[in-house]
Design a protein around this ligand. Structure first.
Ligand code: AQP
Length: 335
């Protein structure tokens, strides 16, 4: 708890340009949480270097994501919005927690197995250790709740195990976090291959809608989206993954139920359907794109936000870390 509100921690990797999937699946929900919780929304750049990044593109993506957080409606006064690499306590706690985590536990992590297959030329120790850094992110802020999708559930379980192990040795140091089960955010699939999720790092840009894509580009990508040969708009993710994905997107951006959307597009050919989905997305993103452009022209404001929020995050992180250092028996620092 901070004050009288529970703490929520979540983050996003600047591993590419933020997509409609990131927006509808994560940010859109984060926005709703900011009124009822004390939220930390981190840009997890240290996690992102577990796969190779081009430094110039990575820096730009990192800068943009912070502005996109704000442009999408996250209030930087209410929430703590900051870069993981600006608060070195993440790395420090991560090292300490490494010494309380077993190789066997990390070897069982599904994401590690998947990512090592995908990046078989670069199976680095950071990739293996990713869940411990994530545990440090969460435990540093005495987080109560972590909004996690299915793919991160195993990492949260490990975080809880590490925290319980540490607490059983040293007393109540860490809050044991729980998964935040809220309204499930839409899971958005790749436009050209609707059986896999839309991802920032996808090399085929026709698979993704970037939050900052030009309206013409967005319309074109929707026109090219894969559907099927039935020419009938109804929701059936198993047999009609392309159409169902487009319906899911339309429902998420308009706030209409899937049933309402199905009715709206009954007897409407796929061409018109795709155009309507594209137009709804363009309309939804327009105010975000406008706000983003304003923020880009306001460097001083952005810098002040970064400075203030790093200090706010550091203050909490320092408190937890001092306690941890004392508990494990490190000699006190002389100030
Ligand atoms: N397609 C998606 N639909 C719904 N939600 C999504 N998220 C990501 N893709 C979709 C949610 O966005 C947040 C970002 O998490 P992340 O940046 O830590 O990593 P990720 O989930 O691996 O996102 P990407 O875009 O797929 O990145 P890359 O390409 O680097 O792997 C999470 O809350 C996630 O659920």
């Amino acid at each position: 708890m901070i004050g009288d509100k529970k703490v929520i921690f979540s983050g996003m990797q600047p591993s590419g340009f933020m997509t409609l999937g990131n927006y509808l699946g994560a940010l859109n929900n984060w926005k709703k949480l900011q009124y009822d919780y004390n939220c930390l929304y981190c840009i997890v750049d240290m996690h992102a270097i577990t796969v190779r990044q081009d430094p110039a593109k990575f820096r730009k993506a990192g800068r943009d994501i912070l502005m996109q957080y704000i442009a999408s409606g996250l209030d930087p006064e209410k929430n703590i919005i900051y870069y993981q690499s600006h608060v070195p306590q993440h790395a420090e706690l991560s090292w300490i927690l490494n010494c309380f985590t077993y190789m066997g536990e990390l070897s069982r992590m599904t994401q590690f197995k998947e990512k090592s297959q995908k990046h078989s030329d670069n199976i680095n120790a950071g990739l293996f250790d990713y869940p411990v850094l994530m545990a440090a992110d969460i435990l540093l802020y005495q987080t109560d709740l972590v909004p996690v999708g299915e793919d991160q559930r195993q990492h949260l379980e490990l975080t809880r195990d590490i925290a319980e192990r540490f607490n059983s040795l040293y007393g109540d140091v860490f809050t044991i976090p729980e998964g935040y089960i809220g309204k499930v955010g839409a899971r958005i699939m790749a436009l050209q291959d609707p059986t896999k999720k839309m991802s920032k790092s996808d090399e085929n840009k026709n698979n993704t809608i970037a939050l900052m894509d030009d309206p013409k580009v967005i319309m074109n990508k929707f026109k090219k989206a894969i559907t099927d040969s039935e020419n009938e708009v109804h929701y059936d993710p198993e047999n009609k993954p392309g159409v169902s994905n487009l319906l899911g997107i339309y429902s998420a951006v308009t706030g209409k139920t899937i049933e309402e959307c199905e009715k709206e597009f009954a007897n409407c050919g796929y061409g018109n359907f795709k155009t309507s989905v594209g137009e709804a997305v363009v309309a939804n993103l327009e105010p975000i794109q406008k706000k983003f452009a304003d923020l880009q022209n306001n460097k001083d404001y952005i810098e002040s936000i970064i400075k203030k929020n790093t200090e706010r995050a550091s203050a909490i992180a320092t408190k937890t870390l001092s306690k941890v250092r004392k508990k494990v028996g490190f000699v006190e620092k002389i100030r």
